[in-house]
Design a protein around this ligand. Sequence first.
Ligand SMILES: C[S@@+](CC[C@H](N)C(=O)[O-])C[C@H]1O[C@@H](n2cnc3c(N)ncnc32)[C@H](O)[C@@H]1O
Length: 271
Amino acid sequence: MEKLGLLGFSEVDRTKDPTYYVNYLDNLNESEWFQGYKDRGFARLKIQESNHILDVGCGVGKDAQVLAKKVGKSGRVVGIDSSETMIAEARQRTKNLDLPLEFYLSDAHIIDFPDNSFDVCRADRVLIYLAEPLKAITEMVRVARSGARIDISEPDMATLVVDMPNRELTRKILNVSCDNIPNGWLAHQLPTIFKDLGLKNITVNPETYIVKDFNMASHSFDLTKSAKYAQENGIVLAEEAEEWLAYLEEASYAGRFFSAITGFCVCGHKP
Ligand SMILES: C[S@@+](CC[C@H](N)C(=O)[O-])C[C@H]1O[C@@H](n2cnc3c(N)ncnc32)[C@H](O)[C@@H]1O
């Protein structure tokens, strides 16, 4: 049975090809929109010299590098990730840099740092892949100091849209894409979670990623795999899956393809 690609982020090292996920992150990082998205996220953190920062689910460590340059020598940036492949890659890429960087293999559900350790705890596109994101967020708050910023950005899989006239069919396939991620709805639950955890000055910034090329969208949002999964699981007929994919490919060829997803970037302060 076809397994959805994005789901592999839950267990990168157990997938057939962990380097696929390294390349996925590198490709995305090259896109112009994505660089703007990252810059807006860094600005939101209001980093100051000497800050201690925790990057949960740091991937290949690119963000940690950027943040380490901002905190100066007296600062500290720690990246944690549950994937050995990602941590090895992050260490390899930064080993010759004279930056206050550390990378550790660690599961976000149990963060191995004492209470009140960091001025900023952030996670970017990580917690939707977790079995128990509330546990991880509670841990992030625990290791944050009083006054620290907690900043979490997640795509909301329920906001994935694709311009295709057959609404019912499109909904069925996009629901597969959303429901196969452990917590595809987490993004729009974050503001309430932050409130319930007692965080203050909560801000919510939406970010919409628009993709006008079918291949790129299929890669980013698992469109082809979702259609196949829907077919294999009896959610749609084989000819419906084919019709859907053929329409989107033709639309893309004709310059008429449109898809988008919105993420929510939620920031709050620990009292
Ligand atoms: C989509 S990537 C995002 C990486 C990075 N934050 C970025 O913006 O490029 C998701 C990352 O979360 C990591 N991850 C997934 N489950 C995790 C867990 N339980 N604990 C820590 N990291 C996890 C994956 O290994 C992967 O590196």
